[in-house]
Design a protein around this ligand. Structure first.
Ligand SMILES: Cc1ncc(COP(=O)(O)O)c(C=O)c1O
Length: 391
Protein backbone atom coordinates (compact mmCIF):
# COMPACT_ATOMS: atom_id res chain seq x y z
CA UNK A 1 0.00 0.00 0.00
CA UNK A 2 1.19 3.50 -0.84
CA UNK A 3 2.17 5.66 2.12
CA UNK A 4 -0.66 8.10 2.92
CA UNK A 5 -0.11 11.81 2.31
CA UNK A 6 0.34 13.45 5.70
CA UNK A 7 -1.32 16.82 6.33
CA UNK A 8 -1.42 16.76 10.13
CA UNK A 9 1.93 18.29 11.08
CA UNK A 10 0.39 20.40 13.86
CA UNK A 11 -0.44 17.13 15.65
CA UNK A 12 3.09 15.76 15.35
CA UNK A 13 5.94 15.30 12.88
CA UNK A 14 8.12 12.32 11.91
CA UNK A 15 11.63 12.28 13.39
CA UNK A 16 14.26 13.69 11.02
CA UNK A 17 16.84 10.99 10.09
CA UNK A 18 19.65 13.34 11.22
CA UNK A 19 17.95 13.62 14.61
CA UNK A 20 17.63 9.85 14.85
CA UNK A 21 21.32 9.55 14.01
CA UNK A 22 22.29 12.10 16.69
CA UNK A 23 20.27 10.18 19.30
CA UNK A 24 21.37 6.66 18.33
CA UNK A 25 24.44 6.22 20.53
CA UNK A 26 22.61 7.40 23.66
CA UNK A 27 20.22 4.42 23.83
CA UNK A 28 22.81 1.73 24.51
CA UNK A 29 26.50 2.74 24.16
CA UNK A 30 26.16 5.90 26.20
CA UNK A 31 23.24 4.72 28.30
CA UNK A 32 24.67 5.73 31.67
CA UNK A 33 23.15 7.97 34.26
CA UNK A 34 24.64 11.44 33.79
CA UNK A 35 24.74 11.90 37.58
CA UNK A 36 27.16 8.97 38.09
CA UNK A 37 30.78 9.68 39.03
CA UNK A 38 32.75 7.61 36.51
CA UNK A 39 34.38 9.01 33.40
CA UNK A 40 31.82 7.78 30.85
CA UNK A 41 29.04 9.50 32.81
CA UNK A 42 31.08 12.69 33.01
CA UNK A 43 31.40 12.69 29.23
CA UNK A 44 27.65 12.14 28.98
CA UNK A 45 27.08 15.14 31.25
CA UNK A 46 29.19 17.15 28.85
CA UNK A 47 27.12 15.99 25.88
CA UNK A 48 23.94 16.94 27.69
CA UNK A 49 25.40 20.31 28.57
CA UNK A 50 26.43 20.84 24.94
CA UNK A 51 22.82 20.14 23.89
CA UNK A 52 21.60 22.65 26.49
CA UNK A 53 24.07 25.24 25.16
CA UNK A 54 22.90 24.60 21.60
CA UNK A 55 19.22 25.08 22.53
CA UNK A 56 20.07 28.21 24.53
CA UNK A 57 22.14 29.70 21.75
CA UNK A 58 19.37 29.11 19.21
CA UNK A 59 17.00 31.11 21.41
CA UNK A 60 19.46 33.84 22.36
CA UNK A 61 19.43 32.52 25.92
CA UNK A 62 21.96 31.13 28.42
CA UNK A 63 22.36 27.41 29.12
CA UNK A 64 21.25 27.79 32.78
CA UNK A 65 17.97 29.18 31.52
CA UNK A 66 16.98 25.95 29.71
CA UNK A 67 15.03 23.32 31.67
CA UNK A 68 14.57 20.15 29.63
CA UNK A 69 11.09 18.67 30.03
CA UNK A 70 9.09 15.76 28.67
CA UNK A 71 7.30 17.88 26.08
CA UNK A 72 5.21 21.03 26.03
CA UNK A 73 2.43 19.87 28.36
CA UNK A 74 4.92 19.49 31.18
CA UNK A 75 6.67 22.78 30.39
CA UNK A 76 3.32 24.60 30.40
CA UNK A 77 2.34 23.02 33.71
CA UNK A 78 5.71 24.00 35.20
CA UNK A 79 5.34 27.60 34.03
CA UNK A 80 1.86 27.95 35.50
CA UNK A 81 1.97 26.00 38.75
CA UNK A 82 5.64 26.87 39.32
CA UNK A 83 4.76 30.56 39.24
CA UNK A 84 1.58 30.61 41.30
CA UNK A 85 2.35 28.05 44.02
CA UNK A 86 4.09 30.61 46.20
CA UNK A 87 1.38 33.23 45.58
CA UNK A 88 -1.89 31.77 46.86
CA UNK A 89 -4.09 34.82 46.25
CA UNK A 90 -2.63 35.87 42.92
CA UNK A 91 -4.20 36.27 39.51
CA UNK A 92 -3.33 34.62 36.19
CA UNK A 93 -4.24 36.18 32.86
CA UNK A 94 -4.47 34.10 29.72
CA UNK A 95 -6.59 33.81 26.56
CA UNK A 96 -9.56 31.76 25.40
CA UNK A 97 -7.63 29.96 22.65
CA UNK A 98 -4.77 28.35 24.58
CA UNK A 99 -3.93 24.68 24.23
CA UNK A 100 -5.52 22.29 26.74
CA UNK A 101 -2.19 22.02 28.57
CA UNK A 102 -2.71 25.66 29.64
CA UNK A 103 -6.50 25.63 29.95
CA UNK A 104 -6.69 22.56 32.19
CA UNK A 105 -4.09 23.85 34.72
CA UNK A 106 -5.89 27.21 34.69
CA UNK A 107 -9.23 25.50 35.39
CA UNK A 108 -7.71 23.64 38.33
CA UNK A 109 -6.26 26.90 39.71
CA UNK A 110 -9.67 28.49 39.50
CA UNK A 111 -11.21 25.60 41.41
CA UNK A 112 -8.58 25.98 44.12
CA UNK A 113 -9.34 29.69 44.59
CA UNK A 114 -6.87 31.54 42.36
CA UNK A 115 -8.22 34.37 40.27
CA UNK A 116 -8.11 33.67 36.56
CA UNK A 117 -9.08 35.79 33.59
CA UNK A 118 -9.26 34.53 30.02
CA UNK A 119 -9.06 37.41 27.58
CA UNK A 120 -11.13 36.85 24.42
CA UNK A 121 -9.76 36.95 20.89
CA UNK A 122 -11.35 38.64 17.89
CA UNK A 123 -12.97 36.93 14.90
CA UNK A 124 -9.45 36.86 13.41
CA UNK A 125 -8.14 34.72 16.27
CA UNK A 126 -5.76 37.39 17.55
CA UNK A 127 -5.79 38.65 21.12
CA UNK A 128 -6.59 42.33 21.70
CA UNK A 129 -3.68 43.90 23.63
CA UNK A 130 -5.92 46.60 25.11
CA UNK A 131 -8.20 43.97 26.63
CA UNK A 132 -5.15 42.10 27.89
CA UNK A 133 -3.80 45.30 29.49
CA UNK A 134 -7.13 45.84 31.28
CA UNK A 135 -7.06 42.30 32.65
CA UNK A 136 -3.63 42.71 34.29
CA UNK A 137 -4.11 44.06 37.80
CA UNK A 138 -2.06 44.47 40.96
CA UNK A 139 -2.45 40.82 41.92
CA UNK A 140 -1.43 39.41 38.53
CA UNK A 141 1.72 37.31 38.67
CA UNK A 142 1.51 35.55 35.34
CA UNK A 143 0.37 36.37 31.82
CA UNK A 144 0.37 33.33 29.53
CA UNK A 145 -0.33 33.84 25.83
CA UNK A 146 0.47 31.23 23.21
CA UNK A 147 2.82 32.22 20.38
CA UNK A 148 0.95 30.44 17.57
CA UNK A 149 -2.31 28.56 17.74
CA UNK A 150 -2.34 24.85 17.02
CA UNK A 151 -5.79 24.82 15.37
CA UNK A 152 -6.10 27.98 13.31
CA UNK A 153 -2.41 28.90 13.22
CA UNK A 154 -2.88 32.52 14.28
CA UNK A 155 0.25 34.26 15.53
CA UNK A 156 -0.04 36.41 18.63
CA UNK A 157 1.89 39.69 19.05
CA UNK A 158 4.14 38.28 21.79
CA UNK A 159 6.88 40.94 21.56
CA UNK A 160 4.27 43.70 22.04
CA UNK A 161 2.63 41.82 24.89
CA UNK A 162 6.11 41.49 26.40
CA UNK A 163 6.58 45.25 26.22
CA UNK A 164 3.25 45.75 27.96
CA UNK A 165 4.14 43.30 30.73
CA UNK A 166 7.52 44.99 31.26
CA UNK A 167 5.90 48.38 31.46
CA UNK A 168 3.36 47.25 34.08
CA UNK A 169 6.13 45.51 36.02
CA UNK A 170 8.35 48.59 36.06
CA UNK A 171 5.48 50.69 37.43
CA UNK A 172 4.68 48.28 40.25
CA UNK A 173 5.22 49.60 43.74
CA UNK A 174 4.95 46.20 45.46
CA UNK A 175 7.10 43.10 45.26
CA UNK A 176 4.73 40.67 43.53
CA UNK A 177 6.39 39.30 40.38
CA UNK A 178 4.80 39.63 36.95
CA UNK A 179 5.99 37.22 34.27
CA UNK A 180 5.12 36.62 30.66
CA UNK A 181 4.99 33.00 29.57
CA UNK A 182 4.36 31.90 26.00
CA UNK A 183 3.53 28.44 24.71
CA UNK A 184 5.70 28.27 21.60
CA UNK A 185 5.08 24.60 20.79
CA UNK A 186 3.95 25.36 17.22
CA UNK A 187 6.48 28.12 16.56
CA UNK A 188 10.07 26.94 15.90
CA UNK A 189 9.62 25.73 12.32
CA UNK A 190 8.45 29.17 11.21
CA UNK A 191 8.87 31.96 13.78
CA UNK A 192 11.61 33.95 15.49
CA UNK A 193 12.55 32.34 18.81
CA UNK A 194 14.94 34.95 20.16
CA UNK A 195 13.80 35.43 23.75
CA UNK A 196 15.07 39.01 24.03
CA UNK A 197 13.25 40.08 20.90
CA UNK A 198 10.10 38.33 22.16
CA UNK A 199 10.39 39.93 25.63
CA UNK A 200 9.30 36.70 27.32
CA UNK A 201 10.25 35.46 30.78
CA UNK A 202 9.31 31.87 29.98
CA UNK A 203 8.91 30.06 26.67
CA UNK A 204 7.70 26.51 26.08
CA UNK A 205 9.15 24.50 23.20
CA UNK A 206 8.35 21.00 22.05
CA UNK A 207 10.36 18.39 20.13
CA UNK A 208 7.50 16.45 18.61
CA UNK A 209 6.34 19.32 16.37
CA UNK A 210 9.82 19.99 14.96
CA UNK A 211 10.82 16.55 13.66
CA UNK A 212 12.30 15.62 17.02
CA UNK A 213 11.34 12.91 19.52
CA UNK A 214 8.00 12.94 21.32
CA UNK A 215 8.00 13.82 25.01
CA UNK A 216 10.99 16.11 24.51
CA UNK A 217 11.21 19.87 24.81
CA UNK A 218 12.07 22.59 27.26
CA UNK A 219 10.95 25.54 29.27
CA UNK A 220 13.13 28.63 28.90
CA UNK A 221 13.20 30.38 32.27
CA UNK A 222 14.84 33.79 32.26
CA UNK A 223 17.43 34.22 35.01
CA UNK A 224 15.89 35.82 38.08
CA UNK A 225 12.39 34.41 37.43
CA UNK A 226 11.03 32.84 40.61
CA UNK A 227 9.77 29.34 39.92
CA UNK A 228 8.87 26.41 42.18
CA UNK A 229 9.30 22.82 40.99
CA UNK A 230 6.23 20.70 40.36
CA UNK A 231 8.22 17.43 40.29
CA UNK A 232 10.41 16.81 43.33
CA UNK A 233 13.20 14.25 43.61
CA UNK A 234 16.91 14.07 42.86
CA UNK A 235 17.21 17.75 41.94
CA UNK A 236 18.10 17.46 38.24
CA UNK A 237 17.50 20.42 35.91
CA UNK A 238 18.41 22.94 38.61
CA UNK A 239 15.92 21.31 40.96
CA UNK A 240 13.03 22.33 38.68
CA UNK A 241 12.52 18.96 37.01
CA UNK A 242 13.76 15.99 38.99
CA UNK A 243 14.21 12.58 37.40
CA UNK A 244 17.09 10.95 35.52
CA UNK A 245 17.62 13.01 32.41
CA UNK A 246 16.21 11.61 29.15
CA UNK A 247 19.54 12.08 27.38
CA UNK A 248 18.54 10.71 23.93
CA UNK A 249 15.41 12.90 23.91
CA UNK A 250 17.30 16.01 25.03
CA UNK A 251 20.05 15.45 22.44
CA UNK A 252 17.43 14.79 19.75
CA UNK A 253 15.46 17.89 20.70
CA UNK A 254 18.56 20.10 20.43
CA UNK A 255 19.43 18.66 17.01
CA UNK A 256 15.83 19.04 15.79
CA UNK A 257 15.72 22.67 16.93
CA UNK A 258 19.00 23.38 15.16
CA UNK A 259 17.70 21.91 11.89
CA UNK A 260 14.31 23.66 12.23
CA UNK A 261 15.93 27.05 12.67
CA UNK A 262 18.26 26.48 9.71
CA UNK A 263 15.25 25.61 7.51
CA UNK A 264 12.93 28.23 9.00
CA UNK A 265 13.18 30.97 6.37
CA UNK A 266 13.17 28.77 3.26
CA UNK A 267 10.38 26.49 4.56
CA UNK A 268 8.27 29.49 5.57
CA UNK A 269 8.59 31.04 2.11
CA UNK A 270 7.85 27.75 0.35
CA UNK A 271 4.82 26.92 2.49
CA UNK A 272 3.30 30.42 2.47
CA UNK A 273 3.17 30.21 -1.35
CA UNK A 274 1.62 26.71 -1.28
CA UNK A 275 -0.79 27.67 1.52
CA UNK A 276 -2.09 30.82 -0.14
CA UNK A 277 -2.61 29.27 -3.55
CA UNK A 278 -4.40 26.27 -2.00
CA UNK A 279 -6.67 28.52 0.08
CA UNK A 280 -7.46 30.70 -2.95
CA UNK A 281 -8.31 27.67 -5.05
CA UNK A 282 -10.59 26.10 -2.44
CA UNK A 283 -12.42 29.39 -1.81
CA UNK A 284 -12.87 29.93 -5.56
CA UNK A 285 -13.80 26.43 -6.61
CA UNK A 286 -15.74 24.91 -3.71
CA UNK A 287 -18.93 26.68 -2.58
CA UNK A 288 -19.75 27.40 1.05
CA UNK A 289 -16.18 27.42 2.38
CA UNK A 290 -14.69 29.96 4.76
CA UNK A 291 -11.20 30.30 6.16
CA UNK A 292 -10.83 30.37 9.96
CA UNK A 293 -8.32 32.75 11.51
CA UNK A 294 -6.43 35.69 10.05
CA UNK A 295 -5.31 35.07 6.45
CA UNK A 296 -1.85 36.64 6.94
CA UNK A 297 -0.94 36.49 10.64
CA UNK A 298 -1.00 32.71 10.57
CA UNK A 299 1.58 29.93 10.49
CA UNK A 300 2.83 29.20 6.96
CA UNK A 301 1.71 25.56 7.26
CA UNK A 302 -1.81 26.09 8.61
CA UNK A 303 -5.09 25.91 6.67
CA UNK A 304 -8.37 25.70 8.58
CA UNK A 305 -11.76 25.81 6.86
CA UNK A 306 -15.42 25.59 7.67
CA UNK A 307 -17.07 23.61 4.85
CA UNK A 308 -20.81 24.19 5.09
CA UNK A 309 -23.08 21.18 5.07
CA UNK A 310 -20.31 18.62 5.56
CA UNK A 311 -19.26 17.11 8.87
CA UNK A 312 -15.53 17.53 9.46
CA UNK A 313 -15.26 14.09 11.00
CA UNK A 314 -16.92 12.41 8.02
CA UNK A 315 -14.58 14.28 5.69
CA UNK A 316 -11.54 13.13 7.70
CA UNK A 317 -12.64 9.49 7.36
CA UNK A 318 -13.40 9.85 3.65
CA UNK A 319 -10.01 11.43 2.94
CA UNK A 320 -8.33 8.74 5.04
CA UNK A 321 -9.90 6.13 2.76
CA UNK A 322 -8.20 7.73 -0.25
CA UNK A 323 -4.79 8.02 1.42
CA UNK A 324 -4.92 11.53 2.90
CA UNK A 325 -4.45 12.28 6.59
CA UNK A 326 -6.03 15.52 7.88
CA UNK A 327 -7.71 16.65 11.11
CA UNK A 328 -10.81 18.36 12.36
CA UNK A 329 -9.91 20.44 15.44
CA UNK A 330 -6.72 19.66 17.34
CA UNK A 331 -5.64 16.06 17.89
CA UNK A 332 -6.04 16.64 21.63
CA UNK A 333 -9.63 17.78 21.46
CA UNK A 334 -10.38 14.59 19.55
CA UNK A 335 -9.70 12.88 22.90
CA UNK A 336 -12.47 14.61 24.82
CA UNK A 337 -14.98 14.86 22.01
CA UNK A 338 -15.67 18.51 22.80
CA UNK A 339 -16.31 20.98 20.01
CA UNK A 340 -13.13 23.00 19.43
CA UNK A 341 -12.91 25.78 22.07
CA UNK A 342 -10.73 27.76 19.65
CA UNK A 343 -13.34 27.85 16.88
CA UNK A 344 -16.02 28.66 19.44
CA UNK A 345 -13.80 31.47 20.79
CA UNK A 346 -13.59 33.14 17.37
CA UNK A 347 -17.38 33.25 17.31
CA UNK A 348 -18.39 30.18 15.29
CA UNK A 349 -21.61 28.31 16.04
CA UNK A 350 -21.49 24.69 17.17
CA UNK A 351 -22.78 23.58 13.74
CA UNK A 352 -20.01 25.52 12.00
CA UNK A 353 -17.40 24.00 14.33
CA UNK A 354 -18.66 20.53 13.41
CA UNK A 355 -17.85 21.38 9.78
CA UNK A 356 -14.22 22.32 10.37
CA UNK A 357 -11.23 20.85 8.63
CA UNK A 358 -7.58 21.43 9.57
CA UNK A 359 -4.83 20.85 7.02
CA UNK A 360 -1.30 21.36 8.35
CA UNK A 361 1.58 21.05 5.92
CA UNK A 362 5.23 20.24 6.56
CA UNK A 363 8.56 19.32 4.99
CA UNK A 364 7.04 16.45 3.01
CA UNK A 365 4.31 18.61 1.44
CA UNK A 366 4.66 19.13 -2.30
CA UNK A 367 2.61 20.81 -5.01
CA UNK A 368 1.46 17.47 -6.52
CA UNK A 369 0.42 16.28 -3.04
CA UNK A 370 -1.73 19.39 -2.64
CA UNK A 371 -3.13 18.87 -6.13
CA UNK A 372 -4.26 15.37 -5.15
CA UNK A 373 -5.69 16.71 -1.86
CA UNK A 374 -7.63 19.40 -3.71
CA UNK A 375 -9.19 16.94 -6.16
CA UNK A 376 -10.13 14.48 -3.44
CA UNK A 377 -11.49 17.23 -1.20
CA UNK A 378 -13.70 18.60 -3.99
CA UNK A 379 -15.02 15.12 -4.82
CA UNK A 380 -15.63 14.33 -1.15
CA UNK A 381 -17.49 17.57 -0.48
CA UNK A 382 -19.73 17.06 -3.54
CA UNK A 383 -20.47 13.44 -2.61
CA UNK A 384 -21.18 14.19 1.05
CA UNK A 385 -23.43 17.13 0.19
CA UNK A 386 -25.36 14.99 -2.30
CA UNK A 387 -25.81 12.29 0.35
CA UNK A 388 -26.99 14.87 2.89
CA UNK A 389 -29.49 16.29 0.36
CA UNK A 390 -30.79 12.82 -0.48
CA UNK A 391 -31.11 11.90 3.22
C1 LIG B 1 0.29 24.78 21.24
C2 LIG B 1 0.55 23.47 21.91
N1 LIG B 1 0.89 23.44 23.19
C3 LIG B 1 1.14 22.31 23.84
C4 LIG B 1 1.05 21.09 23.22
C5 LIG B 1 1.31 19.83 24.00
O1 LIG B 1 2.41 19.18 23.53
P1 LIG B 1 2.75 17.69 24.08
O2 LIG B 1 1.53 16.85 23.85
O3 LIG B 1 3.85 17.24 23.21
O4 LIG B 1 3.09 17.82 25.50
C6 LIG B 1 0.68 21.04 21.86
C7 LIG B 1 0.51 19.76 21.15
O5 LIG B 1 -0.46 19.53 20.47
C8 LIG B 1 0.44 22.28 21.19
O6 LIG B 1 0.09 22.29 19.91
Amino acid sequence: MKKPLYFDHAATTPVDPKVLQAMRTYWNDKFHNPSSLYEVARSLRQDLQAARHKVAQLMGARAVEIIFTAGATEANNLAIFGTVLSHPDAKVVTTTIEHESILAPIASLKKAGWQVEQVPVGRDGIVDINKLAKAIDNRTVLVSVMYANNEIGTIQPIAKIGQLVRQVRSQRRHKLPLNLHSDGAQAPNYLDLHVNRLNVDMLTLNGSKIYGPKQSGCLYVKSGTQLEPIIYGGGQERGLRSGTENVPADIGFAEALDIALKMRKSESKRLVALRDSFIRRVLNEIDGVQLNGDAVKRLPNNINFIIAGVKGETLVHYLDSVGILVATGSACSANNNQPSHVLRAIGLSKAAVDSSLRITMGRSTTKPALEYLFRQLKTAVNKLRQLADAG
